[in-house]
Design a protein around this ligand. Structure first.
Ligand code: SGN
Ligand code: CA
Length: 512
């Protein structure tokens, strides 16, 4: 017997571990909207605390160089689902696109590999019926913060009383309770927070009232040397609206006309008005103008934005606790990311769209027990484009050849992985906020951008010397060599990703 014992122990250990690694992990993929890494304490932010996201980072990996291919809501989600750039998946902008679900999607491949899949919350991909999900309960379009309606795969449209982030968690948990426990699951939770017009949950009203936030170093940027920045319409000073955005309405009647507010129940409205009436009084008494007015707007913007983020983080935490409680944490990959980054007053802005760091980069954390060592930092260039092939591989499905992303599963598993040296970006929407369409390349040190349609211009930044991207050095005689080198790398990426439209623009000289 003595002789057999080590062999038996070995066999048991081997069987257990073998079974563990060969099992398909569950996937909980939480996507928020417009959540800036500058506001997440796991990234070192001092603006607020994000214990839920920080827990994921502590128990898994923090991605410090995660980026979007096209920093806008629908386009980012379309790329996440399809693993392809906008020009191939067809969803270029929020204004004209309607997502074609008749293409390879990571969820379809997971279904084929035996997963049950669901999407709960904001999806924002147009009006076509979603495919690739055994179940969905999604907000129509942008959705509402209070008492949101949901469209479900069962064909119903139903209003749920409450605050959107909490309702999304309730519906997510409901589906997790109802799922078939014998199959692995992939649940995508799409949060509306922290999207404009930043309406906090009642319990978070006033959460930041005692805080005065420091102005970012570039708050009073004069956009010198950057033509597209000169024509945008996304400043806190001019674009933010006192009424809808900052909730200082000229009258109760005007406030009642705002659908997002008028849909509140009388009880919700009472608490809401009690808070914002106080803000209005303070505003009226101060009689602000000029810089003082702009800075007051900035403070109010930060307070409302961070309040919606507080609820978002609390709800992320709630889902982590659900996994703990139901003994699911060990075999579930949890990913948290935003669809893109956001400006928290940098360059004087809110919103996103530009290939500049604050909006190009996105927060991303991932916990994968048994694979990712707790406290890992991943500094390689990862793109939202990579999620689809990574998750399919993790779920032991087949990655379609049409997908353009680079699976980073080998990186997580410490297997052979060649990180990309440069990233390609292409933004299309030529409308709200007046950001000129553009495409470009980012390497570790440089960023080269070609704007077109609204303004025709090249921009080059040395990110080492100029991390805030304030000085366009494209025309500097000293830049000639680096411009030539970056252009040849950019052309190679354009061809690699088959972006024929960009190739034509790339080859067209910019007139002086
Ligand atoms: C809305 C917002 C914009 C925002 C777009 C796109 N205006 O139109 O500020 O850029 O959504 O955002 S609002 O007054 O209606 O809030 S996205 O996240 O859907 O891409
Ligand atoms: Ca967004």
């Amino acid at each position: 017997m003595k002789h057999f014992l080590p062999a038996i122990v070995f066999t048991i250990v081997h069987l257990c571990c073998g079974a563990q690694t060969s099992r398909q992990p569950n996937i909980l993929f939480i996507i928020s909207d417009d959540h800036a890494y500058q506001t997440i304490s796991a990234y070192g932010s001092k603006l607020t605390q994000t214990p839920g996201i920080d827990r994921l980072a502590r128990e898994g990996a923090l991605f410090t160089n995660a980026y979007a291919t096209n920093s806008l809501c629908g386009p980012s989600r379309a790329t996440i689902l399809s693993g392809r750039y906008s020009h191939l998946n067809g969803f270029r902008d929020n204004m004209q696109s309607n997502f074609n679900f008749n293409q390879d999607l990571f969820v379809k491949q997971l279904q084929a590999a035996g997963y049950q899949t669901a999407w709960v919350g904001k999806m924002h991909l147009g009006n076509n019926t979603p495919q690739g999900f055994n179940y969905y309960e999604i907000l129509p379009g942008q959705g509402e913060y209070y008492n949101p309606d949901f469209i479900s795969s069962g064909g119903t449209r139903k209003r749920y009383e409450g605050y959107v982030s909490n309702v999304i968690t309730q519906l997510s948990e409901q589906w997790l309770n109802d799922r078939d426990p014998n199959k692995p699951f992939c649940l995508v939770v799409g949060h509306k927070a922290t999207h404009r017009v930043w309406m906090p949950d009642l319990q978070d009203l006033g959460a930041f009232d005692r805080r005065t936030f420091p102005l970012p170093a570039t708050f009073y940027d004069n956009y010198d040397t950057r033509k597209a920045a000169q024509v945008q319409d996304m400043t806190i000073e001019k674009t933010l609206r006192l009424a809808q955005d900052l909730k200082v309405f000229p009258s109760r009647e005007a406030e009642n006309k705002m659908r997002a507010i008028s849909r509140m129940t009388p009880e919700q409205r009472k608490k809401w008005d009690a808070y914002y009436d106080g803000i209005k009084q303070e505003f009226v008494a101060k009689k602000l103008s000029g810089k003082a007015l702009t800075e007051w707007k900035f403070q109010r913007y930060m307070k409302d934005y961070l309040s919606t983020a507080k609820s978002l983080d609390r709800n992320i935490n709630a889902l982590l606790q659900y996994l703990d409680k139901h003994d699911l944490a060990k075999n579930t990959i949890v990913i948290y990311m935003s669809d893109q980054g956001f400006y928290m007053g940098e360059h004087g802005w809110f919103d996103k769209r530009f290939m500049y760091e604050e909006s190009f980069r996105t927060p991303m954390v991932m916990r994968y027990p048994g694979v990712i060592k707790p406290g890992t930092k991943i500094t390689d260039f990862i793109m939202n484009l990579d999620m689809a092939p990574t998750l399919i591989q993790a779920g032991k499905g087949n990655v379609p050849e049409t997908m353009q992303g680079l699976s980073f599963l080998p990186l997580l598993k410490k297997q052979a992985y060649t990180p990309r040296k440069a990233m390609y970006y292409h933004y299309y929407e030529n409308g709200e906020h007046s950001v000129s369409p553009h495409f470009g390349i980012k390497t570790k040190r440089y960023k080269l951008i070609r704007f077109y349609k609204k303004v025709a211009a090249w921009e080059l930044f040395d990110l080492q010397k100029d991390p805030h991207e304030l000085k366009n050095i494209y025309d500097d005689p000293a830049s000639v060599k680096i411009v030539a080198d970056l252009k040849s790398q950019l052309a190679a990426l354009i061809d690699q990703y088959k972006d024929a439209e960009a190739r034509v623009i790339f080859d067209t000289p910019v007139a002086d």
